[in-house]
Design a protein. Structure first.
Length: 463
C-alpha cells in the first residue's frame, strides 16, 4: 500500500475568496513552505500556483473510534428489548469487535480517514481502546494496534493525534472486565508500557502525528489511575468520555456521590489540555463550571443522535464562553457539514428556536465553523485552524461554481454548505501542505477502498 508523505514541499495556493485570520478576503495567495506551514498570506494577488474557488481552514476531528466505521448501518434494527438504547448497541459492538484482526483495523481506519479527508477533516483524534487479541491476551508487541493506526494515517495522509485508552474495570465499583471488554483492558503499568511504545512509533514514522492520553471514563478507570494518568501525560492532550448517558450519571451518583462532570471538576485540575467527550448529561451548574475551566467539550452530534444520548446544552455553554469542537465518534456517518448542522438543529428542536449559535455579528454557519476549528485544534494540540502565517497548511476548498452557492457570499457560503448542501461541494483538501483530495476524491481512494471491501467481505461472512 502506497503512503502519502506530509509535508510535501513548498507550494502556492491561490483562491478567488478565502476565510483568513483577517476575515473574508479575495484573490488570496497562500504560500506554503517545505515544512507544510503557511509562510505568507496576501489578498488582491494575481492567480498563480494551484488555483481554487473558496478556501477555508480545514477542520480537526477531535474524537473517533476508527473500527466502528465498519459497523455503520448494521445496528438499526430493534431486538427483544422494547427500550433499545446505547447499552444494547454496545452489546452488538462487542460481538463485532471480537472478529477484528490488526490487518482489519488498519484497513478500516484508512478507509474511515479517507472519508474524513473527503469531508474536510485533516486531522483526527483517535480514541483507541482495541488493544489486545479477542481472548484478552496482549499481542507480542503490546502496541501492535496503535502501530496499525499510525500505518493507516500514512496511507491516508491525515494528521493523527493518537489517544491510547486506559481501560481497567467494568464499572465504578471496580468489577472485572468481561466479554468484549477484555480486548481493552490494561493495568496502569501495562498501559504505561503501551503508551511509551505507541509514542516511539509515532516519533519514528509520522511527522504529522502526536500523542495524548485517554482514560476511557470514570466508570472504567480507578481514581488512583486517573491521577497517575495526569502525571504520565505531562501537559499533552487529555481526553475522557463523560456524562454521555443518564445511566452513567446514576452510577456515579450512587458510588461517588456526585455527578460525573461535577466530580471531575472538584477532584482534578481540569484545564485547557482536557477534552471532555459528550458531556450531554449536565445540569446548569456543571455547564457553567466546565465552560469556565478552559477545557474543550468534545461534541459528536451525529453519533449522539444515533445512540439517543441526549442534547448538549450548547446555548448556555456558549453564553458562558465555553469552548468546543466536533468529532465523528462511531463514524456511522462521516460528514463535516452534517455534523455541524445536527448540532445546530438539536438546539433548535429543544428550544423551538432558530439560529441558536448565530450572533449579531456572525451567521450560524460562521460561528459553528470557527468555534469548531479553534476547539478542535486546542483539543488535539495541533497548529491548525487558521489561514495565517505560522499555521500548518491544513486547507479545504469548496466549489464556488456550485448552484448551492450562487445566491450567497461571505458567511452565507458557510451557511449554504452546512444547511443547504453537502460535502460534495468540497473539491480539494491539503493536509500539512500536501494535496490529499483532488476533484472531490482522495488520491489513494482506489487502493484504500479495494482493501476495505476485501476486509468487509471476510467480516460479513464471519458474522
Amino acid at each position: 500500500m502506497s503512503t502519502l508523505e506530509t509535508p510535501a514541499g513548498a507550494a502556492t495556493i491561490w483562491a478567488e475568496h478565502a476565510l483568513t485570520r483577517e476575515g473574508w478576503q479575495s484573490a488570496v495567495s497562500v504560500h506554503v513552505d517545505g515544512n507544510g506551514q503557511i509562510s505568507s498570506v496576501a489578498a488582491g494577488q494575481p492567480p498563480s500556483g494551484e488555483r481554487t474557488g473558496l478556501l477555508l481552514p480545514a477542520m480537526p476531528n477531535l474524537h473517533s473510534h476508527a473500527f466502528q466505521r465498519a459497523m455503520a448501518g448494521m445496528t438499526e434494527t430493534r431486538g427483544d428489548d422494547p427500550h433499545d438504547s446505547f447499552w444494547s448497541w454496545r452489546k452488538l459492538m462487542y460481538r463485532f469487535l471480537d472478529r477484528l484482526t490488526p490487518d482489519d483495523v488498519e484497513s478500516i481506519a484508512a478507509f474511515g480517514q479517507l472519508e474524513m479527508l473527503e469531508s474536510g477533516y485533516t486531522s483526527v483524534g483517535e480514541f483507541h481502546y482495541l488493544h489486545h487479541q479477542a481472548d484478552g491476551k496482549p499481542y507480542s508487541n503490546r502496541a501492535e494496534m496503535c502501530e496499525r493506526l499510525v500505518a493507516a494515517s500514512l496511507q491516508s495522509g491525515i494528521g493523527l493525534t493518537l489517544l491510547p485508552v486506559l481501560y481497567e474495570q467494568g464499572g465504578c465499583d471496580g468489577r472485572a472486565l468481561s466479554g468484549g471488554q477484555k480486548r481493552f483492558g490494561n493495568s496502569f503499568d501495562e498501559y504505561s508500557n503501551l503508551f511509551q511504545k505507541a509514542g516511539e512509533s509515532i516519533a519514528a514514522h509520522n511527522r504529522n502525528a502526536n500523542i495524548g492520553i485517554a482514560p476511557h471514563s470514570l466508570r472504567a478507570v480507578s481514581k488512583t489511575s486517573l491521577k497517575e494518568a495526569e502525571l504520565l501525560v505531562a501537559g499533552r492532550p487529555f481526553h475522557i468520555h463523560v456524562a454521555e448517558q443518564q445511566a452513567e450519571v446514576d452510577e456515579l451518583l450512587s458510588v461517588y456521590g456526585a455527578r460525573p462532570v461535577q466530580w471531575l471538576l472538584e477532584n482534578h485540575a481540569v484545564d485547557a489540555t482536557w477534552c471532555l467527550i459528550h458531556a450531554t448529561q449536565m445540569v446548569a451548574q456543571e455547564t457553567s463550571a466546565l465552560a469556565q475551566s478552559g477545557a474543550i467539550a468534545g461534541l459528536c452530534p451525529i453519533t449522539e443522535s444515533n445512540l439517543g444520548d441526549g442534547i448538549f446544552d450548547g446555548k448556555n455553554y456558549q453564553s458562558e464562553q465555553g469552548s468546543w469542537g466536533v468529532g465523528t465518534d462511531s463514524n456511522v456517518r462521516i460528514s463535516l457539514g452534517e455534523e455541524l448542522r445536527t448540532l445546530e438543529y438539536s438546539q433548535r428542536l429543544r428550544d423551538q428556536s432558530r439560529s441558536v449559535y448565530a450572533t449579531t455579528e456572525q451567521s450560524t454557519g460562521r460561528v459553528l465553523y470557527e468555534a469548531s476549528l479553534a476547539g478542535g485544534a486546542q483539543a488535539l494540540q495541533r497548529n491548525t485552524g487558521s489561514i495565517a502565517v505560522g499555521y500548518q497548511a491544513d486547507l479545504v476548498a469548496l466549489d464556488l461554481q456550485s448552484p448551492s452557492l450562487a445566491a450567497v457570499k461571505n458567511d452565507g457560503w458557510l451557511d449554504a454548505w452546512i444547511f443547504a448542501a453537502d460535502d460534495s461541494l468540497i473539491t480539494d483538501v491539503w493536509c500539512c501542505g500536501a494535496r490529499v483530495v483532488s476533484d472531490g476524491r482522495h488520491i489513494n481512494r482506489q487502493q484504500i477502498t479495494d482493501r476495505y471491501l476485501a476486509t468487509m467481505k471476510i467480516l460479513v461472512g464471519d458474522l
